[in-house]
Design a protein around this ligand. Structure first.
Ligand code: P5A
Length: 442
């Protein structure tokens, strides 16, 4: 993409309404714009990041055996009345009436609707276990939407639902999702720590939040530093692997302030391993047995020929919260560096020349070469000053830059990984370097 043809409205100053660095950066770098309180438009740069995150989440769900479908944003109130949550959800639920005066709502979550789909289409234990998911916008009329897309009213969630015949099988599905969450966040280059959590309006007695450690998050957390050392690379989804990993995690203390107990923390964790910091909840998983299958009368035929209510769990990831969470974790107030798995563009070409000069020609040439080699570069071909170009790219956060000055020799280019020193490379070396970077984990 050539910047002169793109839509990237960059702001020079921090907007006064943005209190935390992710909100400031997302507005300044032209990723999002607020349309009304807690409701945002995703501009092209932000939309690319959002789609890249969605892709990683999807890939890992598929690997864990979950099957994608798509449910609507608007739901009938009837199923919520049946489950008893129509009243429980209170003012957080956006209620709508259609022209026939029927009660509808904008879904804050989908336990009821998926149970209805299951009930109408699955009869036998032979079809279980079944894990279904979708990626869809949700609406929650949060009392205090804040921090941009971190806590907003309309947000994109990946929500998965598991159906099993027995509690033991349901716990296995839960564990599988637990591992898939760890893997998903690792691919996003985030260290997410699972923590025992309360279940709130979703219900059930087993639940974990996945929290990214930052010094600005909304949740206060207490944990054993050993949790940061657990390695989950190259671990497949076999039952044995999954159980082993979960055992490793359960050995060490972690709690949000809701569940924190000082005496327990001091007794279980050596002083030098104690970590008290803040964090952002990027995922939340629940096992709630037959809470919905019973109230909505979903029945399946067991092996023994009995009609029973399936055991269920639900598993959420805040996809539209993740760009903000990643910025909180990675932006050092000087420059942003997107993880290479989700960067909006793979490499920036910063042309410091003028229309038609050597630098300009070299920039166009390397741009074409990178396109031919299937890379996704952003070429800054605008007439802004070099210092303003560099400032803008510190905000945009593309992790690799090719800087093309006017004083370089013919086949010499400055190549820079953000935060590291520049090196001088030829065209071929640049292509090879980028192939090493971007194709290494394919
Ligand atoms: C799990 C999937 C649920 O809704 N039902 C379906 C369960 N869980 S949850 O914890 O309430 O939400 C899941 C994740 O969604 C993100 N999230 C939000 N993101 C932005 N703004 C909000 N207002 C918001 N509310 C929830 C969080 O990442 C949460 O973990």
């Amino acid at each position: 993409m050539r910047l002169s043809n793109y839509f990237l409205p960059i702001l020079k100053e921090n907007p006064s309404e943005a209190k935390i660095k992710s909100h400031q950066l997302m507005l300044r770098s032209g990723m999002i714009r607020q349309s009304s309180s807690g409701i945002y438009s995703w501009l092209p740069l932000g939309f690319k990041v959002l789609k890249n995150i969605e892709k990683i989440v999807r890939e890992e769900q598929n690997k864990a055996g979950a099957i994608e479908l798509l449910m609507p944003t608007i739901q009938s109130a009837d199923i919520w009345k049946e489950s008893g949550r129509y009243d429980d959800y209170g003012k957080e639920m956006l209620r709508i009436k259609d022209r026939q005066d029927r009660d509808l709502l904008y879904g804050p979550t989908n336990e009821e609707l998926i149970t209805q789909i299951f009930k109408d289409n699955v009869r036998s234990y032979k079809n279980l276990p079944l894990i279904l998911y979708h990626i869809q916008w949700k609406f929650r009329d949060e009392i205090r939407p804040r921090f941009g897309v971190m806590r907003c009213r309309e947000f994109l969630m990946k929500d998965t639902y598991s159906f099993d015949i027995s509690k033991q099988d349901a716990v296995n599905s839960y564990k599988k999702m637990f591992l898939s969450y760890l893997k998903t966040f690792e691919k996003l280059e985030l260290k997410a720590i699972p923590m025992q959590a309360s279940t709130g309006p979703i219900g059930g007695d087993l639940s974990h939040e996945f929290i990214i450690l930052t010094d600005t998050g909304e949740s206060e957390v207490f944990l054993d530093k050993n949790l940061l050392k657990i390695d989950i690379k190259n671990i497949g989804y076999s039952e044995k692997n999954t159980s082993e990993i979960i055992e490793k995690y359960s050995k060490f203390y972690s709690a949000t302030d809701e569940k924190y107990n000082k005496t327990e923390f001091d007794n279980l964790v050596k002083k030098e391993n104690q970590l008290h910091t803040k964090g952002i909840e990027v995922g939340h998983i629940f096992y709630f047995g037959d809470k919905y299958s019973k109230s909505l009368k979903a029945l399946i035929n067991s092996k023994e020929g009995k009609n029973i209510n399936p055991q269920m769990g639900s598993y959420g990831i805040g996809i539209s919260r993740l760009p903000a969470a990643i910025i909180e974790a990675k932006y050092n107030n000087q420059f942003m560096k997107w993880p290479k798995s989700i960067t909006p563009f793979q490499v920036a070409i910063i042309n410091l020349g003028k229309n038609g000069d050597d630098a300009d020609k070299k920039s166009n040439e390397i741009y074409q070469i990178l396109k031919i080699n299937h890379f996704d570069p952003l070429l800054d071909d605008t007439s802004e000053s070099p210092s303003s170009k560099f400032k803008n790219f510190d905000l945009i956060g593309i992790p690799y830059q090719i800087i093309i000055g006017t004083k370089m020799n013919k086949d010499e280019y400055e190549f820079k990984e953000l935060g590291k020193d520049k090196v001088i490379l030829s065209k071929d070396e640049i292509v090879n370097r980028l192939k090493e970077i971007y194709n290494s984990d394919k």
